[in-house]
Write a protein that binds this ligand. Sequence first.
Ligand code: FAD
Ligand code: MG
Length: 344
Amino acid sequence: MKKIAVAAIVIAVLIFGAFWLKSDKHFEQQSFLMGTVISEKVYGYNARKASAEAMARIGEIENTMTVNAQGSQAEALNEASGKKSIRLDGDIIEVLETAKKYSSISGGAFDVTVGPLVKAWGISTEHFKIPEKEEIDELLSLVNYNDIYIDSNNGTVRLAREGQAVDLGAIAKGYAADQTIEIYKRWGIKSAYINLGGNVSVLGKKPDGTLWRIGIQNPRAANGKIVGVINIQDKSVVTSGDYERFSEKDNVRYHHILDPHTGYPSGSGLMGATILADSSVAADALSTAVFVLGLEKGIELVESLEGVEAVFITEDKRIYTTSGLKDEFIFDDESKEFQYVQKR
Ligand code: FAD
Ligand code: MG
């Protein structure tokens, strides 16, 4: 009798243990940070702990880099513009250095000093307005990434002219995604997925050994309706589009990706630009840059970069991919409105 009882207990412990291990071996959650929904799928022992540390880290990055709340380091930098240098943490200095790099290689199509214009337009906020041309021209004169002076030895940064302001909305999510992947790795995680509002990064393959299947959003359909798929491992896929954040007036759509050369929402002829790269911070900055550059110059820039690929969706519903994706991109448009016309 006694033996049966012991055996029953052992079996119960094994079942519970297996369940417990499994539950701790697979953790999914949605959080809300950086003004966006963050979805995570983390597999491996310590998944829950790895996720908790990652979310705390993203919160820290948001507090440093937001321009949507007082007291951040980005806000302090903007308030000191034209007056003095200020001491900043390593995170934001690294992001500003990366931002300047992508501004330079994109000819200023990506430029975090668009801050004053973003504020003036207030696109996708309750302050939305179409600024007068005079106001835009005045603010445009403040947009210049060369006016960001970084002294990395002393850890200080200065914006050259009063009224200048950085907005890190196009790059800080990518930085946060890269930091998250590093935290997962430190916890021994081998398989994970994180999506920060269209900024996707995956670690390894899926637990069943297959690649992660990332859908490319149909820019004119409900969320989740796709026009194609890319299967990846250990990569980041980031999309910038005219459908994510916009305001409308008199049936005209004003989206949130501004052309730093005109001060208006970019009229590049694209609805969406997706970048595939190893680093998410690079993919984030580049998705915005190539959206502003448009198809021809966007393809040219991406083809010049090692390990970077792109999918472009034009306003006339044509899909183009760069050379490294011609066999990887799986065209899958259930709306039948799009054409996969070009494999570069
Ligand atoms: P992307 O193309 O990656 O970025 C576009 C955003 O970058 C624009 O919204 C604008 O802010 C800026 N931008 C526009 N044109 C350019 C350009 N040519 N070059 C460089 N930058 C440009 N959203 C909220 O609603 N509430 C919040 O409190 C909030 N807090 C945030 C805090 C942080 C730290 C970050 C990173 C984002 C936050 N956001 C918040 C979201 C943010 O306002 C942007 O809307 C979002 O990051 C845009 O990302 P995207 O991938 O959609 O577009
Ligand atoms: Mg971006």
